[in-house]
Unconditional design. Structure first.
Length: 612
């Protein structure tokens, strides 16, 4: 076999093994709740068998031998010779963690070897029935009686046939879903009683269903991420070209109205606009991944944390099929881990406290994803103790974050935002899980880097909800073009609540802050040009002529941006400003308009931070 072919097989195995191990992790947590689900157990067994077979063929002996030890325990579990309990599940989950480590060890060509002796001894003890907390081996009961073990008559059993399949089959299973095939005709299975009792043998309908399920897998290909990024960049250039064509066609229409070729030009422009939009959607969908890729690791997080904290907590996940841009998916994991850990440690009360409060002993955490327009909304909801707004007010004053007068005027929702300040915590004790007031600061920082927002809703004694809103993609946005002075800026439409025309006589000053009254609300305002050009700071808004106010929203907060003119809407491609200017406060990037001019894109999250 050529070296290039071998490298391709190894690379494919590494990717496939990572996916299998991630699924094993999630399925194992499900199995603890559904220990009688034989289909789930068989699926776990097949995943381990795939890793064992392929790693053995490729010469990754440590990985193959360790997976074989796991397989021995899994085989006894599915035969009913071992009953799953929390301690055995700890061993199995530790084994999966070891598999992850072995895979990394294999990638690094064994630079640092993992000590397998401790976990191997646990697996052997579970397998032998000598594990200190393992249940005694039992057999499945039929009609209330344990059946005698069935003997074979010397012929090969179906299980043996599967075990003796050539290594080529193992490779096949590493790159495809496991396929059940009819045994070779030379092997006589008709008189083997174990064939009748073998639980994994599918009937014809199941076989057809499994083959149907494989077809979508067979029709997919793996694409390098760099190729997708390159395609997205090219798509961005095409969008810029489309915008330029639309503007050019508009000018030609104005100067040569009635010319014979104008109708043809308009038709071509319209067709180009339509095809570009369709292609753009197709390219963006190629970059989309289901949030389940991130969500699937959280059942394990909740299971391990609740066990270590001696709490009884269940995690419910919904909307995991909701899709999000790959660049956002890669960054959303850490904030969600902090929120989940916070809910388990601080949100959900100990079982005794819950019972005393008339709540179910078992706490509940919900992880929910949904799409709202051009945004994805992710909620982390717990039915725990909720946030105490009065304690938060007192803590904020104590920390010097606000005055007593200011916090007394704040709504509870505004007060809840104090927990995002670095080092802010109401925890009475610091644990390995949380309590230092660092995690929530990380949450807000990471979400804002993704141009998203996070809000809190809480009711004392009932629970807390963290609501994250993220853009579907960070590459192309719908923008509102505005003019202030001689400059044009783009405001992301997703953050624009409304626009209003105001007279300068409508502007008031409260505590040296300029505001307007918008219906029944006092809205703070700021001139966009003064945000980026301090030379204009001496100029008062009241001295300016009649202008427009663009109302931006960030969760519960509102801010009015004063501009001279509203130009219109345009789809824009966000371009980085580079290393030197990339961190400019209040600026998300730049774009090239249809007329070829480079214009800055305003970052609403940054604007809110600057006005604090």
């Amino acid at each position: 076999m050529a070296l290039d072919d071998m490298k391709e097989i190894i690379d494919e195995f590494m990717i496939e093994a990572e996916e299998i191990i991630a699924k094993l992790d999630a399925d194992m947590v499900k199995l603890e709740k559904r220990s009688d689900d034989l289909n789930l157990l068989n699926e776990i067994f097949r995943g381990a068998h795939t890793i064992k077979g392929t790693s053995g063929f490729l010469g990754f002996d440590r990985l193959s031998e360790f997976t074989h030890k796991m397989e021995d325990v899994l085989n006894k579990l599915r035969k009913g010779e071992i009953i799953i309990n929390a301690d055995i599940m700890d061993v199995l989950l530790e084994s999966i963690d070891t598999l992850k480590g072995l895979l990394e060890e294999t990638k690094s060509k064994g630079d640092a070897l993992i000590d397998l002796a401790p976990i191997k001894s646990k697996l052997v003890a579970v397998d032998n029935g000598t594990f200190s907390t393992a249940a005694a081996p039992v057999e499945k009961k039929k009609n209330g009686k344990a059946p005698a073990a069935k003997k074979t008559n010397g012929k090969k059993t179906a299980a043996a046939i599967v075990a003796e399949q050539p290594v080529v089959e193992s490779i096949n299973t590493a790159v495809q879903e496991v396929e059940m095939e009819t045994p070779a005709s030379s092997v006589d299975l008709s008189d083997d009683p174990s064939v009748e009792s073998l639980a994994v043998r599918p009937d014809p309908n199941q076989l057809k269903q499994m083959q149907d399920q494989r077809r979508p897998v067979d029709s997919t290909i793996r694409v390098d991420v760099e190729r997708l990024d390159s395609l997205m960049n090219i798509m961005g250039e095409l969008v810029l070209g489309r915008n330029a064509l639309v503007q050019l066609a508009g000018r030609i229409n104005g100067n040569f109205e009635g010319e014979p070729l104008i109708d043809e030009l308009n038709h071509v422009t319209s067709q180009m606009n339509f095809v570009t939009s369709e292609l753009q959607m197709a390219v963006m969908k190629m970059r989309m991944l289901p949030v389940g890729k991130v969500f699937n690791k959280f059942p394990r997080v909740v299971r391990d944390l609740s066990r270590s904290l001696e709490k009884d907590i269940e995690l419910f996940i919904s909307g995991e099929e909701t899709e999000l841009d790959k660049s956002v998916i890669e960054e959303i994991g850490d904030p969600l881990v902090h929120l989940i850990r916070n809910a388990v440690d601080h949100g959900i009360e100990p079982p005794a406290e819950r019972e005393a409060a008339g709540k179910p002993r078992c706490g509940r955490v919900d992880l929910i994803a949904s799409q709202e327009g051009s945004n994805i909304v992710i909620k982390v909801v717990d039915d725990g103790a909720g946030l105490d707004a009065q304690k938060l007010r007192a803590k904020a004053v104590e920390r010097g974050l606000s005055t007593q007068e200011e916090v007394s005027r704040m709504s509870d929702r505004e007060v809840f935002n104090f927990i995002f300040n670095p080092g802010f915590s109401l925890a009475k004790r610091v644990t390995d899980v949380s309590g230092r007031g660092v995690g929530m600061d990380v949450v807000r920082t990471n979400i804002e880097k993704l141009k998203g927002i996070v809000n809190i809703e809480s009711e004392l004694g009932k629970g807390t909800s963290f609501i994250i809103k993220l853009p579907l993609t960070l590459a192309i946005v719908q923008g509102l073009l505005v003019e202030t002075g001689a400059d044009l800026y783009i405001l992301p439409l997703s953050s624009v609540l409304e626009t209003v025309k105001v007279s300068m006589s409508d502007i008031y000053s409260i505590n040296n802050r300029e505001v307007i009254r918008l219906r029944d609300t006092v809205l703070p305002i700021i001139d966009l040009s003064r945000m980026f050009f301090p030379i204009n700071q001496h100029e008062k808004l009241k001295d300016l002529e009649q202008s427009y106010v663009v109302v931006l929203s960030q969760g519960e907060r509102r801010l009015g941006i004063v501009v001279d003119r509203l130009i219109g809407q345009e789809e824009v491609v966000i371009k980085s400003l580079g290393e030197f200017l990339g961190t400019t406060p209040g600026i998300a990037g730049a774009t090239i308009l249809g007329d070829g001019r480079v214009r800055l894109i305003v970052d609403p999250v940054g604007i809110f931070s600057m006005t604090n």
